[in-house]
Design a protein around this ligand. Structure first.
Ligand code: I3P
Length: 109
């Protein structure tokens, strides 16, 4: 699955709140492949090598949990992604349907 996702980092690997200055929203081209959610700067190119930044932004979603971000109301279509290493991301999808589809696909892994 792929599509545009806008990401906000809410908690870091230690489970602690992401500090100010790193809490902004950033738009990515997201690709879910195997157990990894790639958050790429540019549109998906099947055969292109990923940049160092793209690799750094990739999220391992094995044992991660995606839910609707019910407690976050500033933006629509936002899901919450908790990873197995205690990070928390808010991810805004293009529509309600897209959000539901991402939640379903992430939790299937
Ligand atoms: C953050 C940025 C986010 C905002 C966040 C700020 O600043 O303005 O958009 O979240 O608020 O800390 P920075 O880019 O300097 O990290 P919202 O859009 O959800 O308000 P927060 O600290 O209350 O999460």
């Amino acid at each position: 699955k792929h599509g545009v996702l806008t990401r906000k980092s809410h908690a870091d690997m230690d489970g602690k709140r992401t500090p100010r200055g790193r809490r902004g929203w950033k738009k990515f081209y997201a690709v879910l492949k195997g157990m990894i959610l790639y958050l790429q700067k540019d549109e998906y190119k099947p055969d292109a090598d990923l940049s160092e930044v793209d690799l750094k932004n990739a999220v391992r979603i094995h044992h991660a949990l995606a839910t609707r971000a019910t407690e976050y109301s500033k933006r629509p279509n936002v899901l919450k992604l908790k990873t197995s290493d205690w990070r928390v991301f808010l991810l805004q999808a293009a529509s309600e349907e897209e959000m539901m589809s991402w939640i379903f696909r992430i939790n299937l892994v």
